[in-house]
Design a protein. Structure first.
Length: 258
């Protein structure tokens, strides 16, 4: 694919759940090698966008192409070039990480030996070398998250979609993931990163998209957003999503105890 062509093109995307309109005409172009930080308040429509892009939700209106393929007509080849780490995912607890990753890799038609070699390397980089063959039912939240992250990249996807990937990770693992995102982007991978952790979004993203109530209300580099709207991503977020008085909200919560 030409580097000047968007790898993801979204045109006039609408999605409703029953009669509730959740995405209200989203237009986006994302280019190969970009790290996109996708932010927005709870319920803004981030996970819905991601579920559409990954083919988990197919009843949407609008036109989406991924790597030149029409998502509505041909979702299967798109699934093979996307790695997805969902916000809340269940692992098969009775399996070990290597067994689980073998299962995931086979879904992508990978050779058993390649899966084992790559899984071992990735899990070791995440500090799980001693747990490769332990059942995951004893794993902590962070250990599970590391296995999930590994399952999202095991097939070396062109596009990596991460929904709150740092949830439950300790400070060392956060550093590994941040570095990993930069390295993957340098290799030309496209990363779509949903998070509420503004400081990290600020640091890892080439471009930030802010969604509010189903519409994109800001789209630019952190420097561009800063020049236009304010000094920190937290302030920009509060200003554009109508929560400028967040400290007022905290006082209202406390007033419940008066
Ligand atoms: N399966 C569903 N059925 C009905 N409504 C849904 C469904 N999934 C999401 N919604 C609604 O759609 C809206 C957008 O939800 P979505 O999960 O996309 O938001 P989000 O931006 O990812 O939020 P958060 O930051 O809290 O994860 C919310 O009002 C939510 O209640």
């Amino acid at each position: 694919m030409n580097q000047d062509e968007p790898i993801i093109r979204i045109e006039n995307l609408h999605k409703s759940y029953d009669d509730k309109q959740v995405l209200k005409g989203i237009d986006l172009e994302i280019y190969p090698g970009e790290v996109i930080g996708y932010i927005g308040p709870n319920g803004a429509g981030k996970s819905t966008t991601v579920k559409i892009l990954t083919g988990l939700i197919s009843d949407f209106e609008g036109h989406i192409t991924v790597d030149g393929i029409n998502l509505k007509e041909n979702a299967l080849p798109i699934k093979s070039i996307i790695g997805y780490v969902p916000e809340n995912a269940e692992l098969y607890d009775v399996l070990t990480p290597l067994e689980y990753l073998d299962f995931v890799g086979k879904l992508y038609d990978m050779e058993t030996s390649l899966i084992a070699a790559r899984a071992t390397k990735l899990l070791t980089a995440f500090g799980l070398s001693e747990s490769l063959n332990k059942r995951m039912d004893t794993f902590s939240k962070g250990m599970r998250q590391k296995v999930l992250l590994t399952s999202g990249i095991i097939h070396n996807p062109k596009i990596l979609i991460l929904d709150e990937p740092l949830s439950g990770l300790d400070a060392n693992a956060v550093i590994v993931v941040k570095e990993l995102i930069s390295l993957l982007a340098k290799e030309g991978k496209t990363i779509f990163y949903c998070s509420h952790m503004m400081d990290i979004v600020e640091k890892v993203s080439d471009r930030i998209l802010l969604i509010n109530q189903g519409s994109i209300v800001a789209n630019g580099t952190f420097e561009q957003l800063k020049a236009e709207h304010g000094d920190s991503l937290e302030h920009i977020f509060a200003k554009l999503t109508g929560h400028a008085e967040t400290s007022g909200s905290a006082s209202s919560i406390m007033s419940a105890f008066e």
